[in-house]
Design a protein. Structure first.
Length: 194
C-alpha cells in the first residue's frame, strides 16, 4: 500500500471511530480513560490533504537529502556543492516540523529506514539514483541539477495543493511558505542551468 493509501486508511480508521462513538462523544483510551473524539469528519481540525501533504513532504525532503549526499566527491560546480549543503541542513530540519502534527493527530511518520516501496510521483527511481552515482564532474552537476529541478517542481505542486485544499491553518501556512521556497529554488536552478 502506498503513502496515500496508508494515510487514507488512517483517516478512514479515524472516521470509523468517529461514527462508532458519535452518540457518546468519547472512547476508551489505552490507559482506560476517556478520549474525546470528533462527532463528525467536519469536526476534525485537519483533512486528508493536510495529512498527505505532511507525509509526502517528509518523503520528498528525505529524498532531497539523499540527493544532496551524492554531491561530495562527484560535484565540481561550487553552486551545486553549496546548494547540496543548504538542502542537507534545511530539508532535514523541515522533516521534524512536518512530523509534529502527524504525531499530534495520531498518524505515523514515514519510517526513514523503510521508505515506501511504491513510486510516489516526483520521487527518483533507483535507476535515476544509480545514474547519478555513476557520474562526476560537469556531467554529474548538470544531471543533478536537472533531477533536482524536477524533484523541486513536484514539491512546489504538493505545497500548492495543500495551500489550496488544506483545512489545518498551520499546514496551510506551512504549505504557503513551502510553495514559495520551492518555486524560488526552482527558478534559481533553472537560471543556473541556462
Amino acid at each position: 500500500m502506498g503513502a496515500r493509501g496508508v494515510a487514507a486508511a488512517g483517516v478512514a480508521a479515524v472516521l470509523g471511530l468517529v461514527t462508532m462513538v458519535s452518540a457518546g462523544g468519547c472512547a476508551a483510551a489505552p490507559d482506560g480513560g476517556a478520549v474525546k473524539v470528533a462527532a463528525s469528519y467536519d469536526d476534525l481540525p485537519y483533512n486528508l490533504t493536510d495529512v498527505l501533504f505532511r507525509r509526502e513532504m517528509i518523503l520528498h525532503y528525505r529524498q532531497g537529502v539523499t540527493l544532496a549526499r551524492l554531491v561530495p566527491g562527484r560535484g565540481r560546480d561550487p553552486y551545486v556543492r553549496g546548494l547540496a549543503e543548504r538542502l542537507t541542513e534545511e530539508e532535514a530540519a523541515q522533516v521534524e516540523e512536518l512530523a509534529v502534527s502527524l504525531r499530534m493527530w495520531q498518524f505515523t511518520v514515514p519510517d526513514s529506514d523503510k521508505p515506501p516501496v511504491h513510486q510516489m510521483e516526483g520521487m527518483l527511481t533507483p535507476a535515476q539514483l544509480l545514474a547519478l552515482k555513476g557520474r562526476s564532474g560537469p556531467a554529474f552537476d548538470r544531471l543533478w541539477l536537472t533531477t533536482l529541478a524536477r524533484h523541486t517542481d513536484y514539491g512546489a505542486r504538493l505545497a500548492d495543493k495543500a495551500r489550496d485544499e488544506g483545512k489545518d491553518a498551520a499546514t496551510v501556512a506551512l504549505a504557503r511558505r513551502t510553495a514559495a521556497a520551492q518555486k524560488t529554488r526552482l527558478t534559481e536552478i533553472v537560471s543556473h542551468l541556462s
